[in-house]
Design a binder for this molecule. Structure first.
Ligand SMILES: [Zn+2]
Length: 99
């Protein structure tokens, strides 16, 4: 996992300050730092995001996914699905602790 210049998720507004590269061919700046055009999955809300040329994050649109290889598309889906049970546990523990 690489520490990042802090980015903000446009969907949940959480600060994202680390990333793990799951695809060797993903665009990077230096060691594991995603480059503009790289896709990310927010671990907090599961949003699929893209690094902009201004180095912010924006939601991925259907047109962004058209040019991806099947392998990359599958990796993004796997990343989203991997964190779904984790998020569900966190949300369940928060609901329990606020009762
Ligand atoms: Zn998010």
């Amino acid at each position: 996992m690489t520490s990042l210049e802090t980015l903000t998720c446009p969907r949940c507004a959480k600060r994202i300050d680390a990333a793990t590269n799951i695809e060797a061919t993903a665009p990077q700046i230096g060691e594991g730092q995603p480059a503009p055009g790289a896709f990310c999955v927010c671990m907090y809300c599961g949003a699929v995001l893209c690094v902009t040329p201004e180095y912010t994050l924006r939601p991925v649109e259907a047109a962004d996914l058209e040019d991806l290889s099947d392998v990359t598309r599958r990796q993004l889906l796997t990343a989203v699905m991997t964190f779904d049970p984790w998020r569900a546990k966190i949300e369940a523990s928060r609901a329990t602790s606020t009762r």
